[in-house]
Design a protein around this ligand. Structure first.
Ligand code: UD1
Ligand code: CA
Length: 495
């Protein structure tokens, strides 16, 4: 383990871009979200917005990642620490604006020389190869600033890239400060930049707050750098999704859909059948083997893994599950469950945390399982609740099996051995053990342990009280039917 940690450390050292730093802006409140949760902690594809941005930043292997926080700083800093433990967290003061955010981040780069990538914590779909290409273009031109732009059908809300007649970038103007003519420009600022660090140091100090929002705009660096004769460039993003900024919940859903489309497509090209990408949702940390089939209405979330040839759906949610090769999971809701190879689950099953089904096992219709293991080849096919239970191999529980695990004081375990067959509609009152090969009668309430090989019966033998209905319910339809049946019977007997 030490050896492999050393190897991966050495690899990372070798590949580190020592003249590159990344600043991730995550201090804003995100007012337009109208949310108690800070904007950059909202999630798409199973990961926070800032988590996506940090993953992109790390892929460049920069010498340093600096993040800027302020609104709900502890919550945001905790998420940053989880997603990027090596990132430096800097606090923005009460001077607002993206320019001020970068200015305070520079304090953590006092000894750094090189290029600085600035990313917005609310632009989650930017991919690392797009960003790497931006850095390469910036370095090739020896530019002072290179900004990523995009051509959007609806540019509303974004800063616009203003160019002169020969196409050179003049400045960026915010929507709120723009003239009507400027608002007509379709090329927007994606909020993704590469700067020479000295350009940032010099020009951020020159920026004021004399604008519609009373903020220090990072975007003002562009005009200042140009005025100082530094080469300034704008590179149009290869796809518009890369530039999608999340400011409200409409954009959040748009970003979620675009990310999901990308994830689905990647798995399709890797050999996964997804019949309906629009209704199939796959988190970014999910792993799918070749020849998995995902049917419409299926969500595969939270680091779920699915083995080769398994079929999931329709209308199924898997959260943090492990599904074996060749398994079938139909119309099921499962969270932190393990489903063995070639097992079948559903339709209409509910697997709660700790449910574990062995290979070729079956959990059938209207069955709820929690914190229980069901051995290989074992079946719980219909209308059952199985909780805090261990079931051996090749067991068959009849329809309507209930493990009564809770006596309103504590939870208790039910242990069922191998090759047990239970009758329909049994209640297993825990704590209770059923030995290997035992059988139980229909309707049994099992309160005591059943030895291996025994037949357990708890329902009293049936006793028929002849003539009860005609005697006690005279004149009812039932009594008349009974009388008719009796006379037919007599006639038949007489014949
Ligand atoms: C910003 C750009 C705009 C661009 C758009 C792209 C500026 C002035 N405008 O506008 O040109 O088209 O992004 O998505 O930069 N933040 C801080 N501290 C602050 C303010 C913001 O860290 O004081 C962070 C936010 O958390 C967010 C990012 O910076 O992650 C962008 O801030 P936001 O207020 O969303 O800027 P936009 O109005 O979208
Ligand atoms: Ca924004």
């Amino acid at each position: 383990a030490v050896r492999s940690r050393f190897e991966s450390w050495r690899r990372s050292m070798v590949n580190t871009d020592t003249s590159l730093a990344v600043i991730v802006l995550a201090a804003g409140q995100g007012t337009r979200m109208r949310s108690a949760t800070p904007k950059v902690l909202h999630r798409i594809g199973g990961r926070s917005l800032v988590g996506h941005v940090l993953a992109t930043a790390q892929a460049l292997q920069p010498a340093r990642v600096v993040t800027v926080v302020r609104h709900e700083r502890d919550l945001v800093a905790a998420e940053i620490a989880e997603q990027a433990p090596d990132a430096i967290v800097v606090d923005q003061d009460d001077v607002p604006g993206t320019g001020r955010a970068v200015e305070v981040a520079l304090e953590a780069l006092a000894d750094f020389d090189g290029d600085v990538v600035v990313l917005s914590g609310d632009v989650p779909l930017l991919q690392s190869d797009t960003l790497a290409a931006l850095v390469a273009a910036h370095r090739e031109r020896a530019a002072g600033v290179t900004v990523m732009s995009a051509l959007l059908d609806d540019a509303t809300g974004y800063g616009r890239v203003i160019r002169d007649a020969s196409g050179d970038v003049l400045r960026i103007v915010e929507q709120k400060d723009a003239s009507d003519a400027e608002r007509g420009v379709g090329e927007i600022n994606a909020g993704v930049y590469v700067f020479r660090i000295d350009a940032l140091r010099v020009h951020l100090a020159e920026i004021g707050t004399d604008n519609a929002q009373g903020e220090k705009y990072l975007t003002d660096v562009i005009a200042l750098a140009r005025a100082a004769q530094r080469p300034v460039g704008a590179a149009v993003a290869p796809d518009t999704a890369a530039a999608l900024g999340v400011n409200d919940r409409v954009q959040l859903s748009e970003a979620a859909r675009a990310l999901n489309a990308r994830t689905v497509r990647r798995w399709q090209l890797d050999g996964v059948t997804v019949l309906d990408p629009a209704t199939t949702w796959i988190d970014v940390d999910v792993t799918l083997a070749p020849d998995v089939t995902l049917l419409p209405g299926t969500q595969v979330l939270r680091a779920t893994t699915v083995g080769e040839g398994a079929t999931i759906g329709p209308d199924t949610s898997l959260v943090g599950c492990e599904v074996g090769a060749g398994a079938t999971v139909t119309r099921t809701d499962a969270t932190f469950a393990i489903i063995g190879e070639r097992a079948t689950v559903g339709p209409f099953a509910y697997l709660r945390p700790g449910a574990e089904l062995g290979r070729s096992g079956k959990i059938g219709t209207f069955v709820e399982v929690k914190n229980s293991t069901i051995g290989s080849g074992s079946k719980v096919p219909h209308l059952s609740y199985i909780g805090d239970t261990e079931i051996g191999d090749r067991v068959n529980l009849g329809a309507g099996a209930i493990t009564a695990n809770y006596d309103d004081l504590a939870k208790h375990r039910t242990v069922i051995g191998d090759d047990v067959h239970s009758g329909s509609h049994n209640v297993f009152v825990a704590p209770v053990r059923i030995g290997d090969g035992a059988k139980t009668g229909a309707g049994a309430v099992i309160r005591k342990d059943v030895p291996s090989g025994a037949l357990a019966l708890s329902v009293a033998p049936q006793r028929n009280v002849e003539g009860w209905v005609e005697k006690n319910r005279a004149g009812t339809a039932a009594a008349e039917a009974a009388a008719r049946s009796r006379s037919t019977q007599k006639a038949d007997d007489g014949a």
